[in-house]
Design a protein around this ligand. Structure first.
Ligand SMILES: [Zn+2]
Ligand SMILES: [Zn+2]
Length: 211
């Protein structure tokens, strides 16, 4: 079977992709690949903010919960009350104040959805939630997010423990780790690819959001 996923994109603004790169998903069998051709040089007209710097990936598995943008206000209030009552130690360890349940922020930023480039899990919506619907009528599932930054303000939770020292470095040094792939999708935006695995062809659909 196919065990290799490739996300290719055209490094220009495309109206049809919400003003973001147009992407294409390829599934391949790694065993069928032989000598890899070198990366082609980017076309001179390419947008440099859409050209990825080669960088190492050190994946970390985390448990995520649905984003606040997909829950209603009663649910968010109940979660905030629960966190205040049962997660005092976690809040303290993260240096966070308990939430005002009427205006909760801790769950959204620190207890639900991880920031950064990732496979699977939930979407860190920057705008309102806009999960696409497949042509078969089913909601599509999040497959991959390509992010402009690995963490933002909520570094207390999502910055890996062994990279915490970067908080003491200069702004430029911090940024080199925060944006290691050197992508800038709109204004610190995220590019999400959704998939429908109920359809035999596994159709995908991109959603781009930025602030
Ligand atoms: Zn193009
Ligand atoms: Zn479908």
């Amino acid at each position: 079977g196919e065990d290799l996923f490739q996300l290719l994109w055209c490094p220009h603004d495309h109206e049809s992709a919400g003003g973001a790169p147009l992407s294409m998903v390829k599934w391949r069998s790694a065993a069928d690949l032989h000598a890899l051709a070198p990366n082609p040089a980017p076309a001179p007209t390419s947008e440099s903010r859409y050209l990825c710097e080669p960088c190492n990936v050190a994946p970390e598995r985390v448990v995520e919960y649905p984003p606040g943008a997909e829950l209603d206000l009663d649910q968010l209030e109940a979660i905030a009350e629960w966190l205040n009552a049962h997660a005092a130690e976690d809040l303290q360890a993260l240096g966070l104040e308990p939430d005002d349940p009427e205006d909760p922020a801790n769950y959204e930023h620190h207890f639900s959805v991880a920031q950064g480039t990732k496979v699977g899990g939930h979407v860190k919506w920057i705008q309102s939630a806009s999960r696409p619907e497949c042509t078969c009528g089913r909601p599509m599932d999040h497959l991959v997010t390509v992010a402009s930054a690995e963490w933002d303000g909520a570094w207390e939770r999502w910055l890996p423990m062994d990279e915490r020292h970067v908080r003491e470095l200069s702004r430029d040094q911090q940024r080199a780790l925060q944006c290691a792939a050197d992508l800038m999708l709109g204004d610190m935006g995220n590019y999400h690819v959704f998939i429908c695995r109920a359809c035999p062809s596994w159709p995908t659909w991109p959603v781009f959001q930025c602030s």
